[in-house]
Structures are given as C-alpha cells and as structure tokens.
Ligand binder design. Structure first.
Ligand code: BTN
Length: 255
C-alpha cells in the first residue's frame, strides 16, 4: 500500500516503517529514540490500540479508517526554535488534505483540524530535550486523520467527524502529509505559514473560553502571534497571549 512512499523516503535517506498495529506511533518512535535511533523516520500504523492525544487524552484510532502517522526529526536546536513546529504541523496537515482530497479544513488553535464543524485531525508534537544544553534533540510530530471512520464512541460523537476519503486516496495522502511535514523548518515560523494558519483559523474573530489555574475565562480571539500564540482581549480590553492549552469556541455568544 505504501511502497511508493517507502521508495521515495528511502531515496532521501529517510526510514519508513509501516505497522499493522501498534500501541501508538509516537510511543513507537520514542522507543526507537531511546534505543539510539538518530535517522529521520516516518512511521504509519493501520491501527493504534493506545493512540495518544494532547493533555493526556487518548486518540481514537480504529482499524483501517484513519491515517496515523508519526515523523521523527532530529533538529538538535535550541528549545525555543522547536516551539513553532506545532503551528507549522497544522498548516502542513491542512495543505496535504486540501492538495490530495480537495477538502478545505479549518484550524482550531492550537492544532486541531476541522471539517464540516467536526474535528477530523489531531496533532501531538513531542520533543526529546537535553536540558544541560537547552537543546531539542529530537522532535516527534504525530498526526491522526479520520479518513473514513463512520462510528465514534458516544463521548466523541458530537465533536469528531471524518473527511470521508476513498481508500484509494490513503497512500497519496500519506505521501502528501509526509512531504509537507518534512518541509517544516525549525526556528522562526515562516511568514507564509503564519498567514495560512491565520487564514484557516476558525477561532480568530470569535469568543473563546479557556482555563487558567482551573478557572474558566472568556475572551475575544484577536490574532496569532509570530510564535503561534493566541492573542486574546478580555471584556476589560486587556490584551494577553495564550501559548498553550485548550480553548472552547463560544460561537454567537457575547462576552
Ligand atoms: C489530539 O487530538 O489531542 C492529538 C491527537 C494525535 C494523534 C496522533 S495519531 C498518530 C500519533 N500517534 C499517537 O499516539 N498520537 C498521534
């Protein structure tokens, strides 16, 4: 299924691994890193038994109806130069989906992709850091896309959806996604990437709920800053920037 992707990656000295089943492709790569792997590697699984989401959540990864891919990069760069990867990965996934499937997806800050008002893709970026030298040695970019998942567990039914992509397109999407992710640069986020992120944002210009120390607050989403942070304005007109975390959209509600 992925033979041409494998050939294309190997020609660029990038390893490719296709697994029928794994706990999590991100965990798989972490184990490779712990075993000394230093080569760029792309791993795809048809099924994850313990797919990982952000904030300790799980990512529903049923057999054969999604693309579950993790990419291992070895930037060996200062921590601060790896921060923009999350923002760039959202744009990379959105571009690949649009190019291959012809579907326009929106980005909900930080890095969930939405189609038809449902989350169709989640991204989990993780770094292996050397704190002595303040260096991000390795970065794992894990992307899960619901391609043709028809049934979701009750707790996800309202929020999760699927792109409804033909199986024949899976290899091309995998190739497109790997290509886009491998283009990501470390350091300052590209202006073009930031502009595309803003253009695709389904959050900017809307009110959002967010939590600080467990306390719920509401603000208006104003902009995405040069580091991918969400610039918000509260009801007193005070402007601040969220750099990580979850937000909830409050569509059509005033502050
Ligand atoms: C989220 O929505 O919170 C992030 C989900 C990330 C899921 C992908 S699927 C491939 C990779 N392996 C994992 O265990 N997680 C990521």
């Amino acid at each position: 299924m992925y033979s041409s992707l494998s050939t294309a990656l190997n020609a660029r000295n990038i390893k490719f691994i296709h697994l029928e089943e794994i706990d999590s492709t991100n965990l798989y790569l972490k184990r490779l890193i712990n075993g000394g792997e230093r080569q760029r590697t792309v791993v795809i699984a048809d099924y994850q038994t313990n797919g990982k989401g952000r904030s300790g959540k799980s990512f529903y990864s049923p057999q054969g109806t999604g693309l579950y891919m993790s990419v291992l990069l070895n930037p060996n760069c200062p921590f601060c130069d790896a921060v923009g990867v999350t923002t760039a990965a959202s744009v990379a996934a959105a571009r690949a989906i649009e190019k291959v499937c012809g579907k326009q997806v929106g980005i909900k800050w930080v890095n969930d992709l939405y189609f038809d008002s449902k989350k169709v893709c989640g991204i989990l970026c993780e770094a292996v850091n050397d704190y002595k030298t303040a260096t991000a040695k390795s970065v794992i970019i894990g992307v899960g896309i619901n391609l043709s998942t028809a049934y979701f567990p009750d707790e996800l039914k309202e929020i999760a959806g699927s792109l409804e992509v033909e199986k024949s397109l899976y290899p091309a999407l995998a190739q497109g996604l790997a290509d886009e992710i491998l283009k990501i640069k470390f350091g300052a986020i590209d202006e073009a990437v930031l502009d595309e992120y803003r253009r695709r944002s389904i959050v900017l210009g809307k009110n959002v709920d967010y939590y600080i120390n467990g306390e719920k607050r509401t603000a208006f989403a104003v902009d995405i800053d040069s580091k991918g942070g969400l610039v918000i304005k509260n009801e007193n007109g005070e402007v601040s920037t969220l750099s990580s975390g979850e937000i909830t959209l409050r569509l059509n509600k005033s502050l």
